[in-house]
Write a protein that binds this ligand. Structure first.
Ligand SMILES: Cc1cc2nc3c(=O)[nH]c(=O)nc-3n(C[C@H](O)[C@H](O)[C@H](O)COP(=O)(O)OP(=O)(O)OC[C@H]3O[C@@H](n4cnc5c(N)ncnc54)[C@H](O)[C@@H]3O)c2cc1C
Length: 433
C-alpha cells in the first residue's frame, strides 16, 4: 500500500475486519477499458459488475477500500430510496414505462444484489434480515401504515407487519415510539467487511485495485486519462465515485452535493443485556427527518447513530452528543461504556434524488453520487445502472441522468450553510406538525 493512504478511522468496523490485507499504490501507466475512481460501494460495486461482464477494470482509491462513508455507516440496507417522491415525479422514459412499478422495484434491487453477492463470493459481513421503522410521533403512524399497505398490495405481505405500541415493548426495551413497521426484507450488515469482500471478489475477477493513490487530474478525451502522483490509467471510460469526499469535475459538479458529517458510537459488549433490549436482533430507525438508527453488532454491542452536522465539518465529540439519545432510547443502558466513536461524510443533494450523469465534453466520463444517507442499497443499484450503461444498455442511466439537479448559487462557499438552514426549517416543521 502506498504511504499517503490515510488509515481507517478508529471505528468498531476497522477493529473487526474479517479479511485483512491491502492493495498496492499506483506507480505505473496502465491501459484498461474502464478506470473507476473511489473505492467505496459505488466504485467497488461498479468495478465488480463490469469485471463480471468481461471488461478490464482498474479501481483507484485515495486511501483504503471502504475508507469513506461505505466503511463507516450504520449498516442498514433500507427498502426506501432517498428522494422517492421526486423520483416518481421526475423520472421519464423508464424501462417498462410504469414509473411507480419501476421505483418500487428499485427499492428492493439493492437488497437482491447484496444478498446474491454475499452468497456468491462468500463474504463474511454478519448479514441479517429485519428492520423496524419506528413511529416517533402518533402523527407519523399513518404514513407508515400506508407504506405497509403498499407493500402488501405488491405481494410482500409475508415480509411486512404492523407492530402496535404495546407489542413493540417485546421487541425493543424502549419507552419511545408509537408503533413500528416491521420489514423482514430489509437487511443489516458490517459495511466495511461487505465493501472489502466485494473488492476481494473484484480483484479475483481481474480488477486491478490501487490504494493510497489519490487521483489528481482527469484528462478528458477518447481515451481519457486518470492521473495520480506516481502513475496514470488510460481508459475508454472513467467512472467518478468519490462520493462526498472528492473534488473532481468541479466545473460540472460544484454546488450540487454537500457533505454532512454523521456520527456513530458503539458500546462495550452488552452480554445478556443485548438480548434483553433487542431480542430479535433487528435494525431500527425512526421516522424523523434527521433520525436515530441503531442495531446490535455480531459481538453484542449497540451501534447507535443519529443526528447530523450539516456545516460540512465534523462534530467535536460525537459520544457526548449521542449518549443522551442512546440512553433515552434504552434507559437500561444508562452509563454504559462507549468503546468506539467515529464520523463520516454523507453526500446530501438538496432534492435528495441520486445524481448520475456524464461530465466533460465527451460522453465517456460518468459520475454517481448523493444518496442522502440511504447509500448502502442505492450505491449498489446505481452501480448496476452504471455498469449496464457502460456495457451499452443506457435506458436506466438516461432516466436517472435526466433528473433535474440544480446548482445552489455560491454553493461551493455557502451551500452547507444553506443546507443547515434548510434542515433547521424541516426540523421545526416536524416539531409543530
Ligand atoms: C456515519 C454514516 C452513517 C450512514 N448510515 C447509513 C445506513 O445505515 N444506511 C445507508 O443506506 N446509508 C448510510 N449512510 C450513507 C452511505 O454510507 C453512503 O451513501 C455510501 O456509503 C456512499 O458510497 P460511495 O461509494 O458513493 O462513497 P464513499 O463510501 O464515501 O467512497 C468514496 C471513496 O472515494 C475516495 N476518493 C475521494 N476522492 C478521491 C480521489 N481524488 N482519488 C481516489 N479516490 C478518491 C474516498 O477516499 C472514498 O473511499 C451513512 C453514512 C455515514 C457517513
Amino acid at each position: 500500500m502506498a504511504s499517503q493512504a490515510a488509515a481507517y478511522p478508529g471505528s468498531y468496523y476497522a477493529a473487526s475486519i474479517a479479511e485483512p490485507g491491502d492493495y498496492p499504490g499506483l506507480d505505473a501507466d496502465l491501459r484498461v477499458d474502464v478506470a473507476v475512481v473511489g473505492g467505496g460501494f459505488t466504485g467497488v460495486a461498479t468495478a465488480l459488475e463490469l469485471a463480471e461482464r468481461g471488461h478490464s477494470v482498474a479501481l483507484i482509491e485515495a486511501n483504503r477500500i471502504g475508507w469513506g462513508a461505505s466503511g463507516r455507516n450504520g449498516g442498514q440496507v433500507t427498502g426506501s430510496l432517498s428522494g422517492e417522491a421526486g423520483l416518481k415525479k421526475h423520472l421519464r422514459d423508464v424501462p417498462g414505462g410504469d414509473v411507480e412499478a419501476f421505483v418500487w422495484d428499485l427499492r428492493w434491487r439493492g437488497q437482491r444484489i447484496i444478498e446474491q453477492r454475499v452468497q456468491r463470493y462468500g463474504i463474511d459481513c454478519d448479514l441479517k434480515h429485519g428492520h423496524l421503522q419506528a413511529a416517533w410521533k402518533q402523527g407519523h403512524v399513518a404514513a407508515l401504515k400506508a407504506d405497509l399497505k403498499a407493500a402488501q398490495a405488491r405481494g410482500m405481505g409475508d415480509r411486512v407487519r404492523w407492530i402496535e405500541k404495546d407489542e413493540l415493548r417485546e421487541l425493543l426495551d424502549t419507552p419511545l415510539y408509537h408503533g413500528a413497521l416491521r420489514n423482514d426484507a430489509n437487511l443489516h450488515l458490517h459495511p466495511l467487511n461487505l465493501v472489502r469482500g466485494e473488492a476481494r471478489a473484484a480483484a479475483d475477477q481481474g480488477v486491478a485495485i490501487f490504494e493510497g493513490s489519490p487521483v489528481v487530474d482527469i484528462q478528458h478525451g477518447a481515451p481519457a486519462r486518470v492521473v495520480t502522483a506516481q502513475g496514470s490509467i488510460t481508459a475508454d471510460t472513467v467512472v467518478l465515485a468519490g462520493g462526498a469526499y472528492h473534488k473532481l469535475a468541479r466545473r460540472d459538479l460544484a454546488g450540487k452535493l454537500f457533505p454532512a458529517a454523521l456520527g456513530i458510537v458503539t458500546t462495550a459488549p452488552l452480554g445478556e443485556t443485548a438480548h434483553r433490549i433487542n431480542p430479535e436482533d433487528l435494525a431500527v430507525y425512526d421516522t424523523r427527518f434527521v433520525l436515530d438508527y441503531y442495531r446490535l453488532t455480531a459481538d453484542g454491542r449497540l451501534l447507535f447513530g443519529g443526528g447530523a452536522n450539516y456545516s460540512g465539518r465534523e462534530s467535536e465529540d460525537v459520544a457526548a452528543y449521542l449518549r443522551p439519545r442512546l440512553e433515552a432510547t434504552f434507559p437500561a443502558l444508562a452509563g454504559v461504556a462507549i468503546d468506539y466513536q467515529w464520523q463520516g461524510m454523507a453526500g446530501i443533494v438538496p432534492n435528495r434524488m441520486p445524481m448520475l450523469g456524464r461530465t466533460g465534453a465527451g460522453d465517456n466520463v460518468y459520475y454517481a453520487q448523493g444518496y442522502s444517507g440511504h447509500g448502502v442499497a442505492t450505491s449498489h443499484i446505481v452501480a448496476s445502472v452504471l455498469a449496464e450503461a457502460i456495457d451499452g444498455q443506457a435506458a436506466e442511466f438516461d432516466a436517472f441522468a435526466g433528473l433535474p439537479h440544480g446548482r445552489v448559487p455560491f454553493g461551493e462557499r455557502f451551500g452547507n450553510t444553506l443546507l443547515a438552514l434548510g434542515m433547521t426549517w424541516y426540523r421545526l416543521l416536524e416539531t409543530i406538525r
